[in-house]
Design a protein around this ligand. Sequence first.
Ligand code: PAF
Length: 277
Amino acid sequence: MIVATDRGDLAAARARMTGRVAVVMTMGALHAGHAALIRAARAVADHLIVTIFVNPLQFGPSEDFGRYPRTVEADVEICRAEGVDLVFAPAHQEIYRDGEPRVRVDSGPLATILEGASRPGHFDGVLTVVLKLLNLTRADAAYFGEKDYQQLTLIRAMVRDLDVPVEIIGVPTVREPDGLALSSRNRYLSPADRTAALALPRALRAGAAAAEAGLGGDRSLAAARTEIAGTPGVVLDYLELTDPVLGPTPVRGPARLVVAARVGATRLIDNLAVELG
Ligand code: PAF
């Protein structure tokens, strides 16, 4: 496995790759959720690139950029064990050569709701780095987790609207046995927070059960909100029922329950596909 830290080494290694090349983009602190992305990509790609870069552009001024977990050596070992061909782990100036980029991707109106309403500018930062990493890796396919559902939806929209020549593949969320979605931020949770955080998957399951029982969107949301409201230490940011591309709630058929809440000092997000009966 090659570990490249500059774009010249990345380009040289990429030039030697033939067939279908896949990329899994990460901010490091790899866990079983990332391993699932890597395995899904590995199963169909001839060559697999993993990028590790904590992208400052997608963090707000009061967010956790400074304390975001950085575990590059362990991450590289996980990639080696998972059969990755190339890890690209650049320093800041390798990605943003002139410091702050003068031009960014404008993520549009879909980026102003849900996560975007709480994190202004976040998705412009995400899409800017994703587009740069797609250009640098020249991957044929890129794999992203459904856990960050709005991110996945916006990446699909960017690729379609800007005619980026790559296939975007979403991979289902990996959960702990008790239902908590895996996230690099789970390591911030105290044992009490960890227990309280289970209100998120419980809320999603309650909402999905009500939806599937044919009780309608409002009753589904009410059932989900009751789970959050009944859990001390969990402060709801949003809980919405949208169509599969984050549009208005459909009357029936496929939909998505999306939730964000603060658990102690940690902000967590989760989502679930539901079928409105
Ligand atoms: O999902 C993430 O880890 C990040 O948002 C991504 C896609 C690697 C861009 O920095």
